[in-house]
Design a protein. Structure first.
Lengths: 244, 180
């Protein structure tokens, strides 16, 4: 364990759901909430990677503003009053989940991560018992050209965790996002088959941070793919120790 | 209680694999309890030809895949008080909807013409006409209760049906999830 550095960083005091909380000024509302055991649902956020605000599931309200703030990329401020589960937020989160499920093809019963999927468990936690929007059922590809891994775009929620871990931790930057809006997709190198990528080191980090069945190890069948994330906090703490 | 005052109970399957009904049968001895509490008026498990009037609870397994499915559903909805989408195929269209991205024509061609059939032809007489896309039950009629799961476990079905018979709203998502 690396020693906890003594910080002189200013501390902010504010409220979450009426509870008094404090956090260092560089922390996000999400970090502060988690430090106080207040649950805010997230999908794109992963401790150890940068935050991007891609999924919007962590939206919170701040008293006095009509806007919604993504808690993972909003810094704490002195005296603010944060609400994490207002009626409006609960409604919007449920809508967001339904939109994610309607946009691509999710068939949990035959999915490689059935029972180990963050999207699936989050949907259950948010009480999503059906999807009110029509399923778009797009025709999307599965790229199985890599010798060890495959990407199934049917299950991708565009959270960009793969992009960030490959860039920030493995520093290979094999992944990126191409296109706009609903037509976006994750690509390897210059939209080449993954198996032909010259930058991929075959480390498997992207596969293990992916919250869904979009990235998986070849040879795994239905419900067999559980993700291993232990490497991430370890690598991050080693790196921080080196910088200090 | 006389047979006349018992809740009238029905089950039906559309485009499903019958797995949800198998899970229903898995309730084992509770089926005897249930049989005492309700009158089973229609089901693939009993021998009744027409869907009756005044049904209290109907469990629907399967997605909606054909014009015939739509007709059945409209009739059943009009005759049922509490309609339950029973299992992932009914709730999301699930596995039957895996043909949707390819379009009906391509799928029929693949199955009936491009396979090694002796007489390659797409069946179009007598059999129900398929919809271009398989859809969940709630896209056609109003659904009152959703039970995700592929199939929902016997425990889940028992808990949900038990709560409804007791006149309470079940907290279904505390019991099951998609793909369960
Ligand atoms: S990725 Fe998750 S939510 Fe999507 S089909 Fe697979 S298990 Fe279900
Ligand atoms: S396996 Fe490693 S190097 Fe290859 S794309 Fe994934 S994270 Fe990047
Ligand atoms: S492949 Fe997985 S990690 Fe990458 S964007 Fe899609 S869901 Fe997220
Ligand atoms: S977790 Fe904050 S936007 Fe996704």
């Amino acid at each position: 364990m690396s020693p906890v550095p003594i910080t002189t960083e200013p501390v902010k005091t504010f409220k979450i759901n009426g509870q008094d909380v404090s956090a260092r000024e560089t922390e996000s509302i999400l970090q502060a909430a988690r430090a106080h055991n207040i649950d805010i649902p997230t999908l794109c956020h992963l401790e150890g990677l940068s935050s991007t605000g891609a999924c919007r599931l962590c939206m919170v309200e701040i008293k006095g503003s009509n806007k919604l703030f993504p808690a993972c990329v909003t810094r704490v401020q002195e005296g603010i009053e944060v609400m994490t589960h207002s009626e409006r937020l609960v409604k919007y989160r449920r809508m967001l989940m339904e939109l994610i499920f309607s946009e691509r093809n999710h068939v949990c019963a035959v999915c490689v991560v059935n029972g180990h999927c963050e999207l699936q468990s989050t949907a259950q936690k948010l009480g999503m018992d059906h999807v009110r929007y029509p399923y778009l059922n797009p025709q999307l590809e599965v790229d199985a050209s890599h010798e060890r891994y495959a990407v199934d775009h049917n299950r991708c929620i565009l959270c960009t965790r793969c992009v960030r871990v490959c860039d920030e931790i493995e520093t290979a930057h094999t992944w990126d996002v191409m296109g706009r809006g609903i037509g976006s997709k994750v690509i390897t190198d210059f939209n080449q088959p993954w198996g032909e990528s010259e930058t991929c080191t075959r480390c498997g980090k992207c596969v293990n941070v992916c919250p869904t069945g979009a990235l998986f190890e070849k040879g795994k069948s239905v419900a067999e793919m559980a993700k291993q994330r232990q490497f991430l906090p370890y690598l991050v703490s080693r790196r921080e120790a080196m910088i200090e | 209680m006389s047979e006349r005052n018992k809740p009238r109970f029905a089950t039906l399957w559309l485009d499903g694999c019958s797995g949800c009904h198998m899970s229903f049968l898995d309730m084992d001895e509770w089926l005897l309890d249930l049989a005492g509490q309700v009158e089973v008026v229609y089901s693939p498990l009993v021998d009744t030809k027409a869907f009756p009037e005044n049904v209290d609870i109907t469990l629907i397994e399967g997605g909606v895949a054909s014009h015939e499915d739509i007709e059945k559903l409209l009739k059943i909805r009009a005759r049922t008080k509490t309609l339950i989408a029973f299992g992932d195929c009914a709730v999301t269209a699930n596995v039957p909807a895996m043909r949707n991205p390819f379009g009906l024509e391509a799928v029929m061609k693949q199955v009936y013409l491009d396979s090694d059939a002796i007489q390659p032809q797409v069946p179009n007489l007598i059999v129900p006409q398929l919809l271009d896309r398989v859809v969940p039950v709630h896209r056609i009629v109003k659904v009152d209760v959703y039970i995700p799961g592929c199939p929902p476990s016997a425990r889940t079905i028992k808990a949900v049906v038990g709560e409804l018979l007791a006149g309470r709203q079940p907290d279904v998502m505390a019991l099951t999830r998609f793909g369960a």
